[in-house]
Write a protein that binds this ligand. Structure first.
Ligand SMILES: [Ca+2]
Ligand SMILES: [Ca+2]
Length: 150
């Protein structure tokens, strides 16, 4: 059987998922018209303080009017919230010491705005690693992990 603590000691943790939802640019725990106005002011060159990562609502790597409109549409209820699902999980149920363990999964966002989702890889109830899937609207991302046991 696998010595789970020994495995965990050999792992690196992935980057952290943002503490606030995509679109919550003022980090107050709520996505509201205030956030949409802040993004517009940011785009207009006004000196506002926002979380620029969370302002990229469609997760295409840049902040522009599309993000501001998408955020407004979400707040108005026209566009659905992000909804991430993990599917196609492939993982061994058991392993011997020295075995190479390959785990893979697909993360899919079925919502209308982007999201950043942590994907936890677990073995025998222990989290091996957390990958981060940066998902655009209707986007998918494959996530995989390969580790040697010992
Ligand atoms: Ca907010
Ligand atoms: Ca964008």
């Amino acid at each position: 059987m696998v010595d789970v603590p020994a495995i965990l000691n050999s792992l690196d943790l992935g980057p952290e998922v943002p503490a606030f939802d995509v679109g919550d640019v003022n980090e107050d725990g709520d996505r509201s018209i205030v956030d949409a106005v802040l993004v517009q002011q940011f785009l207009a060159g006004m000196n506002v303080s926002i979380n620029e990562n969370l302002a990229d609502v469609d997760r295409n790597g840049e902040i522009n009017i599309v993000d501001a409109v998408l955020l407004q549409q979400f707040i108005a209820g026209i566009v659905d919230d992000a909804s991430a699902e993990v599917s196609d999980l492939s993982a061994p149920t058991e392993a011997e010491p020295g075995d190479q363990i390959n785990i893979s999964a697909t993360a899919e966002n079925t919502g209308g705005i982007g999201t950043v989702q942590g994907i936890e890889f677990r073995l025998a109830g222990a989290t091996l690693d957390t990958n981060v899937a940066d998902l655009s609207p209707a986007g998918t991302e494959n996530s995989s992990l390969s580790r040697s046991t010992r």
